[in-house]
Design a protein around this ligand. Structure first.
Ligand SMILES: [Ca+2]
Ligand SMILES: [Ca+2]
Length: 463
């Protein structure tokens, strides 16, 4: 909403790139953690700007005639944000940049940065330092092992004495619980995390627990997801794996990587993890020529960006081209489709449901399988753009996606919601940012290591 409305009197001159540029300037701001800045950042009621929006407009390429072109807007916004960073536009004593970083609104004097510095602060609604190892021990066993500690276990825990020994014991118990079926087994906690990404439909499932019209086996997708989140595996491979994962046994459940699976049909050279699984192609490509649905689902599921909610918009100049003549150049569509269509092109040769060629990479798919569609369809390129970066194919799409801030933020947000019960709040932002940055950095995308960090946060450990 920020970008759509920011700095412009009419929606015709919508600038959907705004949120992306804002978040590039403030990547650790609470407003950019798995979500997008809201309209209220700059507006009282659109198109009326609040004090922050007005100050920004004043610093945006001053002297240039309005409305600004998309390119001029994109070029001028970072400097304009910086130009007013140290001002206090709403007069509440907190400078804009401080408000943005602390999660309050820089254009609303009633919205103040939290005073919740650990151990201090006058506001009782913010947590003070009260990380409680006994509480964490209970909570961790319940979250990761699915059990409460017995009386004897609690006594044994308390007898460990020092906080240091207790924390070491909790870490050791966490590693044990991460092996449990409650955590990693069929229908366990990791599967629960994967549900909104995979969107299972029992009636068309093939293989184990098959439905009436078996089309594809999404248990393979759960298996790769669970694999990518456990042991010493790289979480990014849920999007980039050229291999498949086989699940076997219970208590313990074992996941093994394999080069072929009878339920999977995309050739090794064109695989990109769950983005190209038989289930993704069946459920999200289906019968469509240009698989916008597959692209937007992957964007939402693994990067936390929902194009339909104006999130993650990185408009590509001269897009949408509307190769399939769906009317996406219409004013109300163009803003989203300038991002969505180039995001979808790399899927052009991935086939959904159509007999012998189902769920495969088919070179010249549009030319071969959609001969009766509009003539311009076959001009659809395989090259596309994701997060503003040009890519040649879906494998490169997956690389850019999995290496992005959005992927790390989305990965940690999933666990934050599961384990803490809500998306990170502004008060939790510092710990949240530290957690996803460590996942990307020192932990090299090992979720197991990230979870040790997560249970050590104040957000998790304060009753
Ligand atoms: Ca202020
Ligand atoms: Ca404020």
């Amino acid at each position: 909403m920020l970008g759509l409305l920011l700095g412009f009197a009419t929606p015709v001159a919508a600038k959907p790139g705004g949120p992306g540029l804002f978040c590039a300037e403030y990547p650790t701001a609470p407003a950019c953690q798995g979500t997008q800045p809201a309209c209220t950042y700059c507006h009282v009621a659109p198109p009326q700007r609040n004090t922050y929006g007005a100050a920004l407009e004043g610093s945006l390429a001053p002297g240039k005639p309005r409305p600004l072109s998309d390119a001029d807007f994109a070029q001028a916004l970072p400097a304009a944000l910086r130009a007013i960073a140290t001002e206090d536009t709403d007069g509440d004593q907190a400078p804009n940049q401080f408000e943005i970083e602390q999660g309050s609104l820089p254009g609303d004097a009633r919205s103040l940065p939290p005073s919740g510095v650990c151990g201090g602060g006058e506001n009782p609604q913010f947590k003070v330092c009260q990380y409680d190892t006994r509480f964490v021990y209970r909570r961790m066993l319940s979250d990761f092992c699915g059990v409460s500690p017995t009386y004897v276990q609690v006594q044994t825990f308390l007898e460990l004495g020092s906080e240091e020994k207790k924390r070491a014991f909790i870490d050791q118990e966490l590693d044990r619980c991460l092996q449990s079926d409650f955590w990693r087994g069929k229908h366990g906690q990791l599967w629960k995390l994967a549900h909104p990404k995979i969107r299972p439909v029992g009636s068309i499932k093939s293989g184990e627990d098959a439905g009436q019209i078996p089309l594809a086996d999404y248990y393979d997708d759960y298996a790769l997801f669970a694999w990518s989140q456990t042991d010493d595996h790289d979480a990014r491979e849920v999007l980039t794996a050229r291999y498949f994962v086989k699940r076997s046994g219970t208590n313990p459940t074992t996941y093994t990587s394999v080069n072929t699976l009878s339920s999977q049909t995309v050739d090794a050279a064109h695989r990109a993890g769950n983005m190209t699984s038989a289930w993704t192609l069946t459920a999200f490509v289906m019968f469509t020529a240009l698989p916008r649905n597959a692209a937007s689902q992957m964007y939402r599921a693994y990067l936390g960006l929902d194009v339909a909610r104006q999130e993650g918009l990185h408009s590509v100049p001269s897009e949408p081209r509307d190769y399939d003549a769906k009317g996406v150049q219409a004013e109300q569509c163009a803003a989203c489709h300038a991002t969505l269509d180039p995001l979808s092109y790399p899927y052009r040769n991935y086939n959904g449901i159509s007999g012998a060629l189902s769920n495969r990479y088919v070179p010249n798919r549009l030319e071969l399988l959609f001969p009766n569609e509009v003539a311009t369809l076959k001009q659809t390129p395989e090259k596309g753009v994701i997060l503003g970066q040009p890519v040649n194919n879906l494998l490169e799409w997956a690389q850019v996606a999995s290496n992005s801030d959005a992927f790390a933020i989305s990965t940690v947000t999933d666990y934050w919601k599961l384990l803490i019960g809500h998306a990170p709040t502004p008060e939790e932002n510092e710990e949240f940012v530290r957690t996803w940055q460590a996942l990307r950095g020192p932990h090299n995308y090992r979720v197991q290591k990230m979870l040790h960090d997560l249970i050590r946060t104040e957000a998790y450990g304060a009753p």
